[in-house]
Design a protein around this ligand. Structure first.
Ligand code: ZN
Length: 424
């Protein structure tokens, strides 16, 4: 049964290469969110003639959505011949900025040996192409399949997914009544299954002071010294406490199995002058100092406690440090997500990896975040994993590439997974 499918996928090698190159050549940079309509139309033109019913959905009113940069998404659905489960492959179509250091054309889709180069090759147009080839080969081999296959191309994953998967989830596209299994072909390596990711909380903390002449700081109140006290409290209390907490989630790399926090930025006192300003700073006591914190938390940590312990530290300073005052502003937060190891999509892809790669998969979780949170928390669909070709460490780097052999192997895993789920 699988031999026919494997042969079909292998026969599509050139088609897979061309498809990946075409996708890379559409420069869907985010921000600002370029070419979303163009890539959705490309996918529709490919999938509609192959029997997929295609719906283009604009995330109107989502952050970043405007007439100049509309947030377009596509959902393509191929019905089987009888009732059954729906398997959904979700890929984000956006790519991050190019950055410096490239020796290849970032939007050229150059093929060199087994590698296709370009921004988004690995994260994640290679995964999108592999899932399309897998689905098409499966439909060709088993036109009488049960249930349905969906392929979506969604906007804005790199900026939080609010104009993409979150919007679709809010509008019922990931309702467990219509979709039962979700595979997100993010570049997690072809022999690993990613079960979920940590949570994140971003906030700005401001300490307040009182402006005065710099020669008489006792007449004012230095906001930067107050922030120094905040950072000291973090060092003495918060960081040691976070380091003690460990998760059962299989997060990679290992260091991310504890709670972590990055101090993203700090600014106090007068505004920074232009680079060409060569005068001296004004003589002032700063009346404001701001930091941005990036706190990543574990499945075992409730968000209210994560936020609450930072507030408690600030309140403690307020109680014992003269003139200390602060403000805190939430910037964004995302919840952790973790699919159970015995969920049907996990056990199915596990078997398929065994068959194709001859080994058991590694189970991992992401230290960062991806669109699974929206499918889980908004869509309430728990049967979701990330599985796809590509080396995670190459994502967002110069000379990003995806391997053709890796795409073919992961397409075989995806095809076999479809056989197990849709050929009862
Ligand atoms: Zn990605």
């Amino acid at each position: 049964m699988t031999d026919g499918l494997d042969t079909r996928i292998e026969d599509k090698r050139d088609e897979l290469i061309a498809l990946t190159q075409d996708l890379i050549r559409i420069p869907t940079l985010n921000p600002p969110g370029d070419c979303y309509r163009e890539i959705c139309e490309y996918l529709r033109d490919r999938l509609a003639p192959r029997g997929f019913e295609c719906t283009l959905v604009r995330a109107e009113g989502a952050p970043g959505d405007s007439d100049r940069h509309p947030r377009w998404n596509i959902v393509a659905r191929r019905e089987g011949t009888r009732p059954g489960d729906c398997v959904h492959f979700n890929s984000h179509t956006d790519v991050v900025e190019v950055g410096s250091g490239w020796t290849r054309d970032p939007f050229g889709g150059e093929l060199d040996g087994d590698r296709i180069y370009g921004r988004g090759a690995c994260d994640m147009k290679g995964g999108l192409a592999a899932s399309i080839i897998a689905a098409e080969a499966f439909v060709d081999e088993h036109p009488d399949f049960a249930g349905a296959i969906e392929i979506s191309g969604t906007a804005d994953e790199e900026s939080g997914g609010y104009g993409g998967v979150a919007y679709l989830a809010e509008h019922g596209w990931f309702d467990p009544a219509r979709v039962q299994h979700v595979i997100i072909p993010e570049p997690l390596n072809k022999d690993r299954i990613c079960l979920g990711h940590r949570g994140g909380w971003w906030a700005e903390i401001e300490t307040k002071g009182e402006i005065a002449h710099g020669s008489m700081p006792f007449l004012g109140d230095c906001a930067v010294r107050h922030m120094g006290a905040v950072l000291d409290a973090f060092e003495q209390t918060l960081f040691p406490a976070m380091a003690q907490r460990h998760t059962d989630m299989p997060v990679v790399p290992e260091g991310a199995r504890s709670s972590t926090m990055n101090i993203n930025s700090i600014h106090g006192g007068e505004h920074e002058q232009a680079d060409d300003y060569d005068g001296l700073p004004a003589n002032c006591v700063p009346d404001s100092c701001r930091i941005v914190i990036d706190r990543r938390f574990l499945l075992e940590e409730p968000f209210e406690e994560v936020r609450g312990e930072v507030i408690a530290l600030l309140e403690d300073l307020k109680a014992r440090r003269p003139q200390f005052d602060y403000a805190i502003r939430d910037l964004n937060s995302v919840q952790p997500s973790m699919t159970a190891r015995d969920a049907p999509v996990v056990t199915t892809v596990t078997e398929a990896i065994h068959e194709v790669m001859g080994k058991a998969p590694d189970y991992v979780a992401s230290p960062g975040s991806y669109d699974q949170k929206h499918i889980d928390r908004i869509g309430t669909l728990k049967n979701c994993i990330a599985y796809g070709p590509g080396v995670l460490e190459l994502a967002h780097k110069p000379d990003e590439w995806v391997g053709v052999t890796d795409m073919l192997d992961s397409a075989r895993v995806m095809g076999r997974s479809l056989q197990k789920l849709l050929l009862p």
